[in-house]
Design a protein around this ligand. Structure first.
Ligand code: B3K
Ligand code: ZN
Length: 887
């Protein structure tokens, strides 16, 4: 094996050759597949003929021809990763290569593989090189045809990108299909699927009146579960036309649900391939969260057709150009289809629980990373979710119309091209004629900015001042940081809780008017760009309570001088619903951290009465949206709380959470019981916001009640489980029951498995629920589950449920005796032999080992060292483990 090689953004060079057309042939065999490719090649500089270097991995080369002439062995060099053709002809030429691959043996699920009897590809990133020799980089965009031949009874369905231009029968029970994609694309968007599949068919009429055939392919028995996916696809197609004026560009759009996949989904041109968990749903088997994820992910992959496929990335460092933008687009889509506030809350919670911790640890990297060993390790929350926040900031700064103008210009300039984050920035800037070059730092500087705000009111001058400072903590390779361009949305509340109309602001030596065209303005966006700045509102006639960072206008940590009573006031009154929730969360975070401190000093834990009253008033406020209430009475996640601690203490966080949870449940028992009663419904399952909100509120009440462990509530929860008519309520009741060890838990878990053992997706939920359990000593149960007949280490979904689930347990993954770390360390090494990409996701659980106490540091470090010393370690795991140890 070649030593792991780090690739740097600064080393980017334009390719020496471009490809124009690519014709591929796949006669699918039971032992192996012989891939033939015919590529039209032309040099970037006319007349030059430098060596042509092709990527290729795990391929057996059979032959190479240039312009119809076979190459001799000394005309080329074949290494484990590359094929170099020494002296290609100058000018345009035809390159033909034949090679052999073994999809049946490919357990990495990257490139071309076979699973559950069907063939499938996954090429992003750098996976096409496992299919054939190619310049496997996104700035090589070409037009493809794909000719597939296979046994007709075993593989009746043959799919690839673009349009089906020919199909027919061959001798010996075989058949063939030829697909042609009229759009140029990079190799990572190539796809091929062959197997026993059936489809749900529908049609979408585009805004220009074209009929697009829509097909969702699954094994026959799952077709009934694709109704919601089809609804989501049509909604996404319409939304992109309405909001961005983007129309689908072919007459066919295929989605395939393929059982074994490393990730959620893949946006291959006109042939999206999905993990079934984000396609298949029925009320009996999928939860509201699953339904929402399907809407989100179907939208995301569809939106890639423009943001990713028509305009793609120049190189992999630019990944956020397509991913950050497309996540932003699917967030907006889901917000328009449901509740904007609730979606925003969920997105910000994800940032705090997952993105902030990564940005503060050894794997911190900018939205546009500077280097990678294995690109697959950089499909991260930084690139996706912080990247989406960066796109959101353009919109906050430019307004909806300005943002749309920028998007229009981006497509006008770059359709059919492979471009960079600067190109996106330039389109936004030029379309709006604004100057904010400083904003580009968001792409290159890692770390979460800390913003401090101090306020003061001058009753004589009627001015209200906000003094703001920023600091960005050091991250690996970036010890010193520059100040960022931070859009800070601010409003002011009067003593009655109403928004104060904002008239003028004094900043940087000038007085600027805020009100526009005589219309009152209640929220203004500061452009905060220096280390320290002051913004002074005038005409403020009473001391206001400021509502800062409205809608979470920038991905920062905000520290302000707001008092607890200001926060309770905002919780009760802010017109910005997101900030109402936020005020409650700040209070909850403070409370949890102070109780953690008490716990660590062996002080008795006491729940602040004001907090409980605030909680109670939210719970009983019938004017509030029910899903908002459910979110508001949910405590900040473990990841978020631990991230705020100097030394993360899983035992203390677990003890405090359990304490608050139980206290609230017992003090508000009556309220939770009536919430439960008021939100039952015997109506059929409907996926819409009011019904989801009702179920969310009912389910959280149930979870609180279950922790009381008294016979009456235990019976109520069991009754909910037994009478539930949909998975959202059944699974919530199961989860509530499984908090408490004992016979009821065991019986209900067994009953649930008995009911659903035939349904893989439901069984995965059952694995995950047991894996994440904080019941002490659960590592033994999880070990047992590894041998359960339904578990399979080769299936990523099963590994994610059981192993990643286990890593989420404060008590058991972080067990003081090291049993959790040892267990996961061993699994990483086993998994690495099967599927390095999945293994590297599991090793990431150790990344923040330095954030824990000395004992845990020692135990986790030992596992990382053991992993590093293993023979034949994959580059994927090597990169995460070595970077984790390097801090
Ligand atoms: N672009 C794919 C991600 C591929 C993952 C590669 N390891 C799905 C998506 O983000 O849409
Ligand atoms: Zn994506």
């Amino acid at each position: 094996m070649e030593a792991p090689r780090e690739i740097f953004l600064k080393d980017y060079k334009m390719p020496d050759y471009y490809f124009d057309t690519v014709d591929l042939k796949f006669p699918l065999g039971e032992e192996c597949t012989i891939v033939s490719s015919k590529i039209t090649v032309f040099p970037r500089i006319e007349g030059s003929s430098p060596p042509l270097v092709l990527d290729g991995q795990d391929l057996k080369l059979i032959s190479i021809q240039l312009n119809g002439k076979a190459l001799k062995e000394n005309d080329y060099d074949l290494g484990p990763r590359r094929l170099t053709i020494h002296s290609p002809p100058s000018g345009k030429f035809i390159l033909e290569i034949v090679n052999e691959i073994h999809p049946q043996k490919n357990t990495s699920l990257k490139g071309f593989y076979k699973s559950s009897g069907n063939f499938c590809t996954h090429c992003e990133a750098e996976g096409f090189r496992k299919i054939t020799f190619y310049q496997d980089r996104p700035d090589i965009m070409a037009k493809y045809t794909c000719h597939i031949e296979a046994d007709k009874s075993l593989y009746p369905v043959l799919l690839s990108n673009g349009n089906l231009i020919e199909q027919g029968d061959l001798e010996n029970g075989k058949h063939y299909a030829i697909w042609e994609d009229p759009y140029k694309k990079p190799s990572y968007l190539f796809a091929l699927v062959a197997g026993q599949l059936q489809s749900r068919d529908d049609t979408f009429i585009t805004c220009s009146g074209r009929n697009v055939a829509l097909r969702i392919w699954t094994p026959a028995e799952d077709v009934p579960k694709t109704v919601h996916a089809m609804y989501s696809l049509k909604a996404a197609m319409k939304w992109d036309e309405d909001v961005f004026g983007l129309e689908y560009d072919l007459d066919l759009f295929n989605i395939v649900a393929f059982p074994d996949a490393n990730m959620g989904a893949m946006e291959n041109k006109s042939l999206n391939i999905f993990n079934p968990k984000v396609v298949l749903a029925s009320p009996e088997t999928a939860t509201d969260a699953d339904y929402s994820a399907i809407l989100d992910v179907i939208g995301h992959e569809y939106f890639h057709n423009w943001t990713g496929n028509r305009v793609t990335c120049r190189d992999w460092f630019q990944l956020s150009l397509k991913e950050g933008l497309t996540v932003f687009r699917n967030q907006e889509f889901s917000s328009d289809m449901g509740s904007r506030t609730v979606i925003r809350i969920a997105d910000v919670s994800k940032l705090r629980n997952d993105q902030f911790p990564q940005d503060a640890g050894p794997m911190a990297h900018p939205v546009r990373p500077h280097s990678y060993i294995k690109m697959d390790n950089f499909y991260t929350v930084q690139v996706y979710h912080k990247g989406a926040e960066v796109v959101r900031m353009y919109k906050t700064l430019l307004g909806s119309q300005g943002f749309r103008k920028g998007m229009d210009l981006y497509f006008k300039r770059h359709d059919g091209q492979a471009v960079t984050c600067e190109d996106f920035f330039a389109a936004m800037r030029d379309a709006n004629d604004v100057d904010f070059a400083h904003f580009l730092l968001w792409y290159s500087q890692a770390g979460t900015p800390i913003i401090k705000v101090n306020s003061s009111y001058n009753p004589e001058a009627h001015t209200f001042s906000l003094k703001i400072s920023q600091e960005i903590p050091p991250t690996p390779g970036q010890p010193v940081k520059e100040s960022m361009f931070i859009p800070l949305a601010v409003g002011l509340l009067d003593s009655k809780g109403k928004d104060i109309p904002l008239s003028t602001i004094y900043h940087g030596g000038t007085l600027q008017s805020i009100s526009r065209d005589g219309q009152p303005v209640y929220t203004t966006v500061f452009r905060f760009t220096k280390k320290e700045e002051e913004f002074v509102f005038s005409d403020v006639f009473e001391r206001p309570v400021p509502s800062l960072l409205r809608g979470y206008s920038a991905p920062v940590r905000l520290e302000s001088d707001l008092t607890d009573s200001d926060l309770f006031f905002l919780l009760a009154n802010d017109s910005d619903e997101f900030n109402r929730w936020e005020a409650g969360q700040i209070l909850a975070r403070k409370l949890m951290l102070s109780l953690v401190d008490d716990f660590q000093h062996n002080k008795p834990l006491v729940l602040n009465k004001k907090f409980m009253d605030g909680f109670k008033s939210i719970l009983s406020d019938s004017s509030l949206d029910k899903e908002f209430v459910a979110k508001a009475i949910t405590l900040p996640g473990d990841g978020e709380v631990m991230d705020m601690m100097e030394v993360a203490d899983p035992d203390a966080v677990h003890a405090v959470r359990t304490f608050i949870w139980k206290q609230l449940a017992s003090e508000l028992r009556a309220e939770f019981l009536s919430t439960l009663k008021d939100n039952r419904s015997s109506e059929e399952y409907v996926f819409d916001h009011p019904n989801m909100a009702r179920r969310a509120l009912k389910n959280i009440a149930l979870a609180y009640l279950a922790c009381l462990e008294d016979p009456e509530t235990a019976n109520i929860v069991l009754h909910e489980y037994n009478t539930a008519t949909n998975m959202t309520e059944q699974f919530a009741a199961l989860a509530a029951i499984s908090q408490n060890p004992g016979k009821t838990r065991d019986d209900v878990l067994a009953d649930f498995y008995g009911k659903w053992q035939h349904d893989h997706l439901v069984v995965n939920k059952w694995f995950a629920l047991q894996a994440v359990s904080d019941i002490p000593g659960n590592v033994e149960n999880v070990k047992k589950l590894l041998t359960h007949p339904a578990f399979d280490m080769r299936s990523p979904n099963k590994v994610y449920s059981l192993i990643r689930g286990f890593c989420g347990s404060l008590v058991n993954f972080h067990a003081k005796d090291g049993s959790g770390y040892k267990f996961v360390g061993e699994i990483v090494l086993q998994l690495d032999k099967i599927n390095p990409q999945v293994a590297s996701q599991m090793v990431s659980a150790f990344s923040r080992w330095k954030h824990y106490d000395e004992n845990r540091q020692k135990l986790a470090k030992a596992q990382l060292e053991l992993i590093m010393s293993a023979n034949g370690l994959s580059e994927d795991v090597y990169e995460i483990a070595s970077k984790s140890l390097a801090v």
